[in-house]
Ligand binder design. Structure first.
Ligand code: ADP
Length: 351
């Protein structure tokens, strides 16, 4: 195992810069998720690490070896990395056991070692009873486990996963997230995991790298990214939020006729600023009595969403916010309510 480091990595296709100076160090044994919307450059970054793509500039260092640098890259088969693709790419004519053994046979390991490693991987991935089946006789989740077992069997220095769960249905996806994390805790391979699904990233990652248009927007633990987003993009993309904009003065922004105070985060020092407050952090009161960061509002929409209620509230004609409350907070469209934006949850953002 080894750390993986990208220094100033750039890749462009014609005029489209897909990786725009990526600086990132993934520690030995760490699981890092690259998270962002479709087209932001996650897969390209993963393929640059794998060696399928040569960077235009910058370098990629694994342990103490420089594997890629501007215009050059060691080919994938010489990198001691395993990659798992969205499609799993299992060999359809080979049994589960033979699929898992495949990489070991390529490396010409002695037969007894192969048998021992395959048996142990099949046990870890809970595939023992399926060892003699063919991929076409397995469910999506089972195929996914075979792909994982095959990737781990060769004891790679680095494990690369490209949207590994996107072909599974919702329930199975949820189960497999925990499975991937369990396997990671057992083997601790340095792992880079690409996903556009924030729950998947939050469940599996030690650290999340939020990407936007070829750049890194923020790096942090799942809690960091959710509780302390630095930019509007991260706050919106992770968890959803209300963004309120206006003229900044000290720790207050003037949003329409509302003067909203904030105590977390930092603005970028411009005259206009934005703050974020999550829908579940806002409190509604039946009477609009005045108070600190408390404003009268009118319920525009109420939606019952199972364990909670989701409201759209008008604070003034230009400012609508989403509020998520417990079930016992029931208001109807047209009701006037007091809307409290607790200062400790109002977070200033850099643009
Ligand atoms: P993501 O994985 O975040 O969805 P990708 O890294 O696959 O994003 O792609 C980023 C951008 O680069 C997209 O706009 C995509 O169309 C473009 N792109 C990727 N590969 C190529 C290629 N081989 N040639 C031209 N454009 C590409």
């Amino acid at each position: 195992m080894a750390s993986v480091e990208l220094r100033g990595v750039r890749k462009a296709y014609g005029k489209l810069t897909v990786a725009d100076g990526i600086d990132l160090k993934i520690e030995h044994g760490e699981l890092v998720c690259l998270l962002g919307p479709s087209g932001c450059g996650k897969t390209t970054t993963l393929r640059l690490i794998a060696g399928f793509i040569v960077p235009d500039a910058g370098e990629i260092i694994v342990g103490d070896r420089r594997l890629s640098s501007g215009g050059q890259a060691l080919p994938p088969e010489k990198r001691n990395m395993s990659m798992i693709f969205q499609s799993y790419a299992l060999w359809p004519h080979m049994t589960v056991a033979d699929n898992v053994a495949y990489g070991l046979k390529l490396r010409r390991l002695p037969k007894a070692d192969i048998a021992r490693k395959v048996a142990s991987m099949l046990a870890v991935a809970k595939l023992e009873k399926l060892a003699d089946r063919f991929p076409g006789e397995l469910s999506g989740g089972q195929q996914q486990r075979v792909a994982l077992a095959r990737a781990l069997a060769v004891e790679p220095e680095t494990l690369l996963l490209d949207e590994p769960l996107s072909n599974l249905d919702t329930n199975l996806r949820e189960e497999m997230r925990f499975e991937i994390r369990r396997l990671h805790d057992e083997f601790r391979y340095t792992t880079v995991y690409v996903t556009h699904d924030q729950l998947e990233a939050m469940t599996t990652a030690d650290r999340i790298v939020v990407m936007n248009a070829g750049r890194i927007e923020q790096i942090g633990s799942p809690e960091d990214i959710f509780l302390r987003p630095l930019t509007e993009f991260t706050a919106r993309f992770i968890g959803g939020t209300n963004i309120l904009r206006g003229a900044a003065s000290g720790h207050t922004i003037h949003c329409g006729r509302l003067a909203i105070q904030w105590s977390q985060g930092q603005t970028d020092g411009q005259a206009q600023a934005a703050i974020s407050i999550r829908p579940h952090e806002i409190e509604l009161h039946p009477t609009p009595s005045p108070g600190e960061n408390t404003f009268p509002g009118r319920v525009l929409r109420h939606t019952y969403i199972g364990a909670q209620r989701d409201y759209l509230i008008e604070l003034d004609p230009e400012t609508h916010i989403r509020v998520v409350t417990r079930l016992d907070q029931h208001y109807a469209p047209g009701d006037t309510v007091g809307v409290h934006l607790p200062i400790q949850h109002c977070r200033a953002l850099a643009r």
